[in-house]
Design a protein around this ligand. Structure first.
Ligand code: NAD
Length: 284
């Protein structure tokens, strides 16, 4: 293996430490950052994610509220919860854990979160601001990817970045953030032709496909920075990324592992965004 590992756990710990220090400074000025997380239903994976977020808050000194609604909750009930949190000045961030049960219109719920409390960065105003290069809440996963690339000392400007995947939560915002840093960005997706060839020309390769081992060794340019966003549960019960790690690590300059890569950074960036929301709300 020639690639150096980008240690997501260590980087995430540093981001959380930064957040904790900011929380302490805000508390000294009478502001207690608070994140509210709404979980609808009993989805086991969602329960794990929400528990993780609440634990992260405790670790950073951020207050948290966990609101649980039954799987049968109506859209009106969920919107009422969001409205109550939106009106509550002691709550700085609102996060509705996705996916939502089928009877609820996800878009309508995200739209109901005030942009200044939208710490996931999914509301239309934040999406638009990101696109326009204005201050916003950057979605946690792609923001974490950028921090990981920066941690390698790579100057993103002028590099050819290839993003595989065009979802609203990962691929598209990752492409926007890379563009904002002056990368030349190619977005690949399920209809892309010559995908392997495009990837093989990438100085920075971000894989957000959702298919284990999708990125093979021959798709990696020697010395490239490879960011593996994928989380795929294998038949072996273990988590696998979108990248064939062993093969890609032979060629890449830097690579993120799965687990222990983008996942922890995503969680840490939520803490960063929550602190930012509290600071902005207080006008500090
Ligand atoms: P998604 O299913 O919404 O999007 C997948 C994208 O991959 C689509 O845009 C699609 O066009 C593209 N794609 C699918 N098949 C393809 C193919 N054969 N060739 C090229 N492109 C193809 O998924 P998502 O929400 O963006 O998540 C992607 C992966 O990242 C998943 O494994 C998910 O679990 C993971 N994820 C991880 C984190 C984290 O914190 N690490 C956060 C979010 C998502």
């Amino acid at each position: 293996m020639s690639a150096q590992i980008i240690d997501g756990k260590a980087l995430a710990a540093a981001v959380k430490q930064e957040a904790a220090a900011e929380v302490a400074a805000l508390k000294a000025q009478g502001v207690a950052p608070c994140l509210a997380v709404i979980l609808v239903g009993e989805d086991p994976a969602s329960q794990v994610y929400v528990r993780g977020k609440i634990n992260d808050c405790a670790e950073c000194g951020i207050l948290s509220r966990s609101i649980r609604l039954p799987a049968t909750a109506t859209q009106a009930e969920l919107l009422a919860q969001v409205a109550a949190l939106a009106a509550d000045d002691t709550v700085h961030g609102i996060l509705v854990q996705l996916p939502l049960p089928a009877q609820i219109d996800e878009r309508a719920v995200i739209d109901a979160i005030p942009p200044q409390k939208d710490v996931d960065g999914f509301s239309p105003v934040n999406v638009g601001r990101l696109q326009a290069g204005e201050p916003c809440f950057q979605p946690c996963t792609p923001a974490g990817c950028i921090r990981m690339i920066e941690s390698t000392g790579t100057n993103i400007a002028g590099k050819h970045a290839v993003v595989i995947g065009r979802s609203n939560i990962v691929g598209k915002p990752a492409a926007m953030l890379l563009l904002a840093q002056n990368a030349t960005v190619t977005v690949c997706h399920s209809k892309t032709q010559n995908l392997a060839q495009l990837c093989a020309g990438a100085d920075i390769l971000v894989a957000a496909v959702g298919r284990a081992g999708f990125v093979t060794g021959d798709m990696v340019k020697p010395g490239a920075v490879v960011i593996d966003v994928g989380i795929n549960r294998g038949a072996d019960g273990k988590l696998h990324g979108d990248v064939d790690f062993a093969a890609a690590a032979q060629k890449a300059g830097w690579i993120t592992p799965v687990p222990g890569g983008v996942g922890p950074m995503t969680r840490a960036m939520l803490m960063h965004n929550t602190v930012l929301a509290a600071r902005r709300a207080a006008g500090l």
